[in-house]
Write a protein of this length. Structure first.
Length: 262
């Protein structure tokens, strides 16, 4: 969560800050700034209600908010009660996940021993026929406003909604964007292509913000957005916007989960 000395920022400030910090691909030097931006955003349902679509037949529903000029994808995920993602990698991308509503469990796994050690590109394939159960590195429960980070060099993960009665909502940043990843069988460690990762709805062609002019830098180092020196708020997108063509997301194969008791 944001530290006590960090000012909370609005959603327009978050989007503007991400575009500024990710004008070029993410590096280790600017990763802390991006993490700080995500942590500093104070969740407000009015910011994302127009993006909050839920297909209850799927474990989660992915909605693209901003395509980040090809450098990143910012998306909203709505998680069905008691459901989980498959175990998956991130195709070499950095992934930050901020909980907006509810709680989410992240279970991290070691890479299977029979996959290649180079986890930076799409060469990751099974190299043998040996089967071995996957090993859990750690499991953590994330509450509202907390931010998780993972990269393929850290390992693989699964995200799940532990509630049997309420959906959860999270904000995800992927940089660079990717169209496919790999999913893994927990029992055997075998990998397979996910298929194309697609969105239930795509708002990336709709302007999130008015044309912004940088205002005075705040104490947190984030510039306040303004138009003609007047504060601005995010433009609302009508919930009646016709959905784009929907494709099945291979990552979202419905499954039940059991969260081990602690």
């Amino acid at each position: 969560m944001a530290s006590p000395t960090t000012r909370s920022i609005t959603f327009p400030e978050l989007v503007q800050g991400l575009h500024g910090s990710l004008a070029e691909p993410l590096t280790s030097s600017n990763l802390p700034n991006v993490q700080r931006l995500m942590s500093s955003y104070a969740p407000n349902p009015e910011d994302y209600s127009q993006f909050k679509y839920h297909d209850a037949s799927k474990p989660y529903t992915r909605i693209l908010i901003d395509s980040g000029n090809g450098i990143f994808n910012l998306m909203l995920l709505v998680w069905t009660q008691g459901k989980a993602s498959p175990i998956h990698d991130h195709s070499g991308a950095h992934c930050l996940m901020k909980v907006l509503e509810g709680e989410l469990v992240e279970t991290q796994y070691e890479w299977p021993s029979d996959t290649k050690s180079d986890h930076s590109d799409d060469s990751r394939v099974d190299s043998g026929n040996e089967e071995e159960p996957m090993h859990v590195k750690q499991e953590k429960l994330y509450h509202k406003s907390q931010v998780a980070y993972i990269h393929d060099k850290i390992g693989l993960h699964r995200v799940s909604n532990p509630s049997e009665s309420a959906t959860a909502v999270s904000l995800h940043l992927y940089t660079p964007p990717y169209q496919e990843c790999k999913t893994f069988c927990e029992r055997t460690g075998k990998a397979r292509p996910s298929g194309r990762c697609v969105f239930y709805k795509d708002f990336s062609n709709q302007p999130l913000l008015p044309e912004l002019k940088t205002g005075p830098a705040s104490a947190s180092g984030v510039c306040s957005p303004s138009v003609n020196n007047a504060p601005v708020t995010m433009s609302k997108i009508s919930p009646d916007t016709p959905p784009g063509q929907y494709f099945e997301n291979a990552l979202a194969t419905q499954r039940s989960i059991i969260i081990p008791s602690k």
